[in-house]
Design a protein around this ligand. Structure first.
Ligand code: GLA
Length: 388
């Protein structure tokens, strides 16, 4: 939808003109999966699709929310903005961000009307929820005059996800949505939140996203279990290395020396993945900077294997897309991206091989799963911003 149409929809819903329009993108992660909440590096890019938020003041002393994907308008009084709504309402994502401002001492003295529309494919693991959180955090940063920087907006989004959606996520998705830059990936150290923008305009190669359309999406239970298993691994390693804070602090060599302290076999597998993935991410970014895209691709494939065998967050759909991609000439690398279970893979594919890739991987995937996959050539866009 065009911004003009969104403004018309706003006027129809609220009988009032939108005063401001904001946009925040979804993301795709190139490498560094399940490393963020372990203090490691990640390497995501913001996408050109994301979530729009339109708003204006109203005179009803309520914040009213409408999504163009839902029939109803949900109105909340100004003293009802700090408690999540029941039944996993979508409103909890923006509401959780407003609640963070109120917790920090800001208060609303007047109502606002909000209209949301997004074009991130739903349930695809491309962070539509982070986009919704970050776009809300940005709009209310202006309303409250809080003056927060983009990193702070990402933190507000992450806290909303923890407290209002019940997912103990890391910072990657919200950070990418807040700090993304066109044609760049974000090399983020999740322990310090220092980051570097690395160009990913690749000569003759595109980033292709393949959507499993798989019904299993990452539920908060399976995700929070992984977070807890990593915490258990750290706690057990502390019996031999008391100062350890995060798995990412360990080199592979040091981990191998002390890993017998992890007595829980599941926690051990999870830690194996994290320690290896942290190193792969550092190596992959170094390879990209050195122009060694082939090595980058090999590390992507190793990342997938580790997420499949040690972290156990892939499954038939993601494995089929990645493993079929590996067979196609001109595919430099392919792996699952995001939290896992369903959602998308990300692949680096030579320009001349893209048509063949889509045809072969699409056909093999449909034959195996009965589902038609979707393929998008990723456009790497800008982080959260005011549209008008
Ligand atoms: C989800 C979470 C992120 C990150 C990824 C896995 O997208 O929201 O914080 O942990 O999974 O890398």
């Amino acid at each position: 939808m065009e911004v003009k149409e969104l403004k018309q929809a706003f006027a129809e819903a609220y009988k009032n003109e939108a005063e401001k329009v904001y946009f925040a993108p979804g993301r795709v992660n190139l490498i560094g999966e399940h490393t963020d909440y372990n203090g490691g590096h990640v390497f995501p890019c913001a996408l050109s699709f994301g979530t729009y938020l339109l708003l204006s003041k109203n005179d009803v002393q309520q914040v009213r929310f409408k999504s163009l994907n839902m029939p109803e308008i949900i109105g909340l009084n100004l003293d009802e903005l700090t408690t999540p709504l029941p039944n996993n309402s979508w409103v909890n994502y923006p509401l959780g961000c407003i609640a963070q401002y109120i917790k920090r001492g800001f208060s609303l003295t007047q109502g606002y009307d909000i209209l949301i529309w997004g074009n991130v494919p739903a349930g695809a693991g491309l962070s539509s929820s982070a986009a919704l959180e970050v776009v809300t955090a940005c709009a209310f940063n202006d309303i409250f005059g809080a003056g927060y920087d983009r990193t702070e907006l990402a933190k507000i989004g992450q806290l909303s996800e923890h407290e209002f959606a019940g997912v103990n996520c890391g910072i990657m998705d919200q950070f990418a949505s807040a700090q993304g830059a066109q044609d760049h990936a974000i090399y983020l150290d999740c322990a310090t939140l220092e980051f570097e923008l690395v160009p990913v305009k690749l000569e003759g190669v595109k980033v292709v996203i393949s959507n499993t359309h798989s019904p299993h999406k990452l539920d908060s239970g399976a995700y929070n279990d992984r977070v807890a298993q990593c915490t258990l691994a750290v706690n057990q390693l502390r019996t031999v290395k008391p100062e350890l804070k995060n798995l990412a602090e360990l080199s592979e060599a040091e981990f191998n020396q002390i890993k017998s302290a992890i007595t829980d076999p599941i926690a051990l597998k999870r830690a194996e993945h994290v320690v290896g993935e942290c190193q792969r991410t550092i190596d992959a970014v170094a390879a990209l900077k050195a122009g060694n895209i082939e090595l980058f691709g090999q590390l992507m494939c190793q990342s997938h294997v580790s997420l499949r065998d040690n972290y156990e967050v892939t499954g038939l759909h993601l494995d089929t897309l990645a493993e079929e991609a590996w067979k196609v000439d001109g595919v430099i690398g392919s792996r699952m991206t995001g939290g896992g279970f369903g959602g998308c893979t990300v692949s680096l594919v030579k320009d001349e091989a893209i048509a063949d890739f889509i045809e072969k991987v699409g056909a093999a995937y449909e034959a195996k799963t009965g589902i038609k996959a979707d393929f998008y050539v990723a456009e790497i866009g800008q982080g959260v911003h005011v549209v008008e």
